[in-house]
Design a protein around this ligand. Structure first.
Ligand SMILES: NC(=O)c1ccc[n+]([C@@H]2O[C@H](COP(=O)([O-])OP(=O)(O)OC[C@H]3O[C@@H](n4cnc5c(N)ncnc54)[C@H](O)[C@@H]3O)[C@@H](O)[C@H]2O)c1
Length: 139
């Protein structure tokens, strides 16, 4: 079967992780098509294996600290949750953690610049910023 064409298209980075996998389930339930990106550095395929065969779900194993290619013409939303997330992971993976925080965020935002008409949601350890076109995160 071909994917549903009518629903919004969302990219979720870190989709095999705790937050990303639950968000992916929620978006699919709301009728989105989800392009899930994760390099599985701390995530688990077990978190998303129930979605295998779902026509509205696609998994791309990729390190978002490198350029992100998504073939879709139009992406409606981008959710950026890729990052090692615990103090143990930070100590074991200091360089990948720094890279995904800087380069990964830059590459994820560049999807939006190239394709998105909607919004990008990214996370920090304390605050979630909603960034819409022409709206400062401080507003
Ligand atoms: N879990 C929480 O309660 C919580 C609270 C506040 C903020 N956060 C933040 O939200 C984010 C996600 O947290 P989580 O608990 O889901 O963590 P998690 O480790 O369960 O998930 C993170 C996912 O990102 C993937 N990832 C890491 N680096 C990547 C890269 N370079 N390219 C592609 N994928 C990559 C991992 O493989 C993993 O699947 C983190 O930045 C965390 O600091 C989490």
């Amino acid at each position: 079967m071909s994917p549903k064409k009518s629903g919004p298209v969302s990219v979720v980075t870190g989709a095999a992780g705790f937050l990303g996998s639950h968000l992916t389930d929620r978006l699919l339930a709301a009728g989105h098509r989800v392009i899930a990106i994760d390099n599985l550095i701390t995530g688990k395929t077990a978190n998303i294996e129930h979605l295998a065969g779902n026509e509205n779900f696609r998994f791309i194993q990729h390190n978002v600290s490198n350029f992100i290619f998504v073939p879709e013409e139009k992406i409606d939303y981008v959710f950026h949750f890729a990052s090692p997330a615990s103090p143990i992971d930070y100590l074991e993976l200091p360089i990948p953690t720094l890279k995904v925080g800087a380069l990964g965020t830059h590459n994820t935002l560049s999807i939006r610049r190239r394709k998105t008409t909607g919004a990008t949601l990214t996370r920090s350890d304390r605050v979630v910023y909603m960034m819409r076109r022409n709206v400062s995160p401080r507003q």
